[in-house]
Design a protein around this ligand. Sequence first.
Ligand SMILES: Nc1nc2c(ncn2[C@@H]2O[C@H](COP(=O)(O)OP(=O)(O)O)[C@@H](O)[C@H]2O)c(=O)[nH]1
Ligand SMILES: [Mg+2]
Length: 204
Amino acid sequence: MVFVPSPTHGGHSVTPVEQPPTPVKLVIAGGFGVGKTTTVGSISEIRPLTTEAAITEVAAGVDDLTHTPGKTSTTVAMDFGCITIDPTLKLYLFGTPGQDRFGFMWDDLVEGALGGLVIVDTRRLDDCYAAVDYFEHKDVPFAVAVNAFDGEVEHDLDEVRWALDIAEHVPLTVFDARKTGSVRDALLVVLGVALARAEAAGAP
Ligand SMILES: Nc1nc2c(ncn2[C@@H]2O[C@H](COP(=O)(O)OP(=O)(O)O)[C@@H](O)[C@H]2O)c(=O)[nH]1
Ligand SMILES: [Mg+2]
């Protein structure tokens, strides 16, 4: 909060002026159908901007729908939503398109991001490796969250960490993409690693 002279009192008194919350950009990544669009939609305080398109017969042949038979749409560019965490902090969430063929967009999406959340579906671990690998190489702080579809996780977390080659310092949790509180907790973990990185880099 800052104080500015109040014009109505000849500049002698001060009126508190609320500072807008600090904007923080986070990227929500992971393979096709892991729950990225659901995650952004569960927590966004604005109607999320999404670029869903109907899955065409052509895409159905390209994208693996085995574990998402009910999925009739897919994100062609990105998801966008935001959530005010407290009066000082507002998160801007950018969900990546899951398909490899949209990989060219990732560099633009992570530009300026303070952190990332990689969502994992334990039935299709392979699909999530690219996202983990990407954040590692770009040196963007990130956390990994297993989306417990219907409360079920097929592998225990140690196995997931091993299979995806997730470093020990990277937090790995289980969450439910459909539940606001659960998504919020997962995002707070990402904020934690982003903050730790900023502090390590000597930020005030
Ligand atoms: N049962 C269940 N379904 C989910 C969950 N998260 C997402 N879904 C469904 O799984 C499908 C894929 O989710 P979506 O958010 O579109 O995945 P995206 O491709 O990563 O954006 C959708 O039909 C969702 O409704 C979950 O936690 N449990
Ligand atoms: Mg999507």
